[in-house]
Design a protein around this ligand. Structure first.
Ligand SMILES: [Zn+2]
Length: 325
């Protein structure tokens, strides 16, 4: 093996010192051994540099990822702002185009009496029939929703649970408290009670305490006027005060929750009624299964009366047809 050239005496001295300092066995310094040593040294230096630069780069990487996280957070915050900030009410065409949610309307829930007339029986659902109707909804995977949820879905496009349905009860009958509410409880269902405030505490109607209890249990109590006069017949400002303002305020006092939704008696409405309701803080109003107002779909939300003549599958089929499900 050739000797190390004389032109590198200084390097040779440094290398010998370095070699000795790391206490490796003595070797003869040849060109090849120096080359080998240099290669190892370069590799070592490379490793040190990689670690050092990598270490230096890491914060840069972190900085980048921090920035990415921040930017994600900003996006999320923006999204949050979008969700929680001032919402833009969808226009009437958008609301009308949204898939309709089935809303069922019940009145009395009791077995028919011999004195019940043919027409009345449409509004009186026998107890077993009612139970079977709730069961078929539960078995079919339906989840009950409440007026604020439906409003937010229609007005702002917020999401609803899968297979939403709304169960509404009109006219304050006490069997809604004694039969409908416990039956709904079996399935975790919540209902909406559109009450006439004149009926409260009267025989065969719900009491103020019962209404309060329903509200406390998570059901919703809303207005169906004071004494069931149709809105199309209101002539004076006093009519609106008596039928809309006072019942709305009384429900607020009874339940401790603001009443903001309304069901038209007989499902009857007209264009003139809508601004009057809006003026008095009503956010949405329910009709029956007639045509919605294309200009004001939030004030003409459709409901279907569940007839006392229908079996549970019959009700289910009608619901499918009425709401095009
Ligand atoms: Zn009614």
């Amino acid at each position: 093996m050739p000797e190390l050239p004389r032109s590198f005496p200084k390097l040779k001295r440094i290398l010998i010192r370095l070699y000795k300092s790391i206490k490796l066995p003595p070797i003869k310094l040849t060109v090849n051994s120096i080359k080998f040593f240099m290669r190892q040294l370069l590799i070592a230096i490379g490793c040190v540099l990689t670690i050092f630069l990598g270490g230096c780069k890491q914060p840069a990487k972190n900085a980048e990822s921090d920035q990415a996280t921040k930017s994600n957070q900003t996006t999320e915050n923006k999204n949050e702002t979008k969700q929680t900030g001032p919402k833009t009410l969808a226009d009437a065409a958008t609301i009308t185009a949204r898939k309709e949610v089935p809303v069922l309307c019940y009145h009395q829930i009791r077995d028919w009496a011999a004195s019940d007339g043919k027409v009345a029986r449409d509004y009186i659902v026998p107890v077993e029939n009612f139970k079977a109707q709730l069961k078929i909804l539960a078995d079919s995977g339906y989840h009950t929703i409440l007026p604020n949820q439906l409003y937010d879905y229609l007005a702002y496009g917020t999401t609803l649970p899968a297979k939403p349905v709304m169960l509404t009860y009109d006219d304050t009958d006490d069997d809604q408290f004694t039969i409908a509410a416990p039956e709904m409880k079996k399935y975790g269902f919540k209902g909406v009670f559109f009450i006439m405030t004149v009926s409260l505490n009267r025989p065969r109607y719900m009491s103020r305490e019962q209404v309060k209890q329903l509200s406390d249990e998570g059901h919703v109590v809303e207005s169906h006027t004071w004494d069931h006069h149709k809105v199309t017949g209101y002539k004076t400002p006093e009519d609106w005060t008596t039928q809309i303002e006072k019942p709305k305020n009384l429900i607020g006092e009874l339940t401790g929750k603001t009443s903001e939704h309304f069901a038209y008696p007989f499902g009857l409405w007209n264009k003139e009624a809508i601004p009057e309701l809006k003026k008095r803080g009503v956010k949405s109003a329910y009709i029956l299964s007639t045509k919605r107002d294309p200009d004001d779909p939030l004030f003409t939300i459709r409901r279907m009366i569940a007839s006392g003549y229908w079996s549970a599958p019959g009700m289910y089929r009608s619901m499918m047809q009425t709401f095009k499900l």
